[in-house]
Design a protein around this ligand. Structure first.
Ligand code: PLP
Ligand code: COI
Length: 339
């Protein structure tokens, strides 16, 4: 096996040995197949290609100091994949099937699991697609669930170092009554124009505003947004935001630390009042934000004046990663050991 520079891994595709697949045909899920192919043979009229019947998940396996492999709240990912499937009328993968596939693919690719201490983990990507052929706009009658893995570093190359973000008010990621709250490909396609532009203009990511009024904070690129002030952890509430498992966990950890937690509409101007702000998600973990620039008005909000993440974000980050890597107690039973 090639020498992998574990601490330099980007968040990117990385070929591993195996993926697992399962087909839904004739109203039922079949046997789990193990594949070493990186490609998928599809009918040219498959609904995933034409009508966006596609949903995915993102989760990680963490290698502890003790050599133990841990999954974090996998059941939440399984349930969210079912919600996504329901949202765009796809067959729902059973929770047990999801778990069996996840553990199988992790074990099959054990040698790609980054060793402890490199800030890296094994990203797990479950993908559900409509494979049945349709030309009319209808749901397919056949589906495929594929799960592959890639060793990855943090999503933002800065890691836990603060990033700059651009508010894009001229693009909407998802509509209030649309698909923003489920994890379907179309949301990400809609985010590409402003995300690529933001990168060209020197920012790590985009902060979207609500699509209806353009007044409230929505998603932070491929992550949820949070702000901290007056011993309170505040995160936007919106029907177009993906319910992040990381954010849900951080809200609990913040409460455990004695912080108040508010999930509510956050007007853009409130950015002025936060002591710390950040983005959170499986890929992003907790990414502190040092500067937010409103692209249209040029208005700039600055944080982390000393160049470092704030104390509360740091504490929450350490607690979260501590649980994920099995270094601190897991009081909420979030971790599952892969035997
Ligand atoms: N928001 C979006 C748009 C995402 O793609 C993700 C990543 O999954 C998140 C938020 C964070 O969700 P989670 O913490 O469950 O990974
Ligand atoms: C994740 O955090 O797991 C995600 O799915 C984000 C992703 C779109 C890269």
């Amino acid at each position: 096996m090639q020498n992998i520079e574990w601490s330099k891994l980007p968040f990117d595709y990385f070929k591993t040995d195996y993926n697992v697949r399962c087909h839904y045909r004739n109203d039922q899920w079949g046997e789990i197949e193990i594949s070493s192919s990186e490609t998928v043979n599809l009918h040219m009229s498959a609904t995933c290609l034409h009508y966006g019947q596609e949903a995915f998940e993102g989760m990680k396996a963490y290698h502890g100091k003790d050599g133990t492999i841990r999954l974090f709240r996998w059941e939440e990912n399984a349930k969210r994949m079912q919600d996504s499937a329901e949202g765009i009328m796809m067959a729902k993968p059973p929770i047990d099937l999801f778990y069996e596939m996840v553990t199988k693919v992790v074990k099959l690719n054990k040698k790609y699991l980054p060793p402890y201490g490199h800030g890296a983990s094994l990203y797990i990507r479950p993908l559900l697609i409509g494979t049945g052929a349709q030309v009319g706009v209808n749901p397919a009658d056949e589906y495929m669930l594929i799960i592959f893995v890639c060793p990855v570093g943090p999503y933002f190359k800065e890691g836990f170092n603060p990033v700059t973000i651009q508010i894009a008010n001229d693009y909407d990621r998802a509509a209030p009554q649309g698909t923003g709250s489920i994890k379907v490909g179309g949301n990400y396609a809609a985010s590409l124009q402003p995300a690529v532009r933001a990168k060209k203009e020197g920012f790590a990511s985009v902060l979207f505003l609500d699509a209806k009024e353009n007044k409230y904070l929505d998603e932070a690129g491929p992550a949820n947004f949070f702000g901290i002030k007056n011993n309170t952890y505040i995160t936007p509430e919106s029907t177009s935001i993906l319910p992040s498992i990381t954010n849900k966990s951080i809200m609990q950890l913040a409460k455990d630390e004695g912080l108040k937690v508010e999930q509510r509409k956050v007007p853009v101007e409130e950015l002025e009042e936060f002591d710390e702000v950040g983005a959170c998600g499986t890929a992003a973990i907790i990414t502190p934000i040092k500067k937010i620039v409103h692209r249209k008005t040029g208005k700039t909000y600055e944080f982390c004046k000393d160049g470092k993440a704030g104390p509360i974000s740091t504490k929450l980050y350490k607690k979260l990663q501590g649980i994920q890597f099995g270094e601190v107690e897991d009081p909420h039973g979030w971790v599952t050991v892969v035997e």
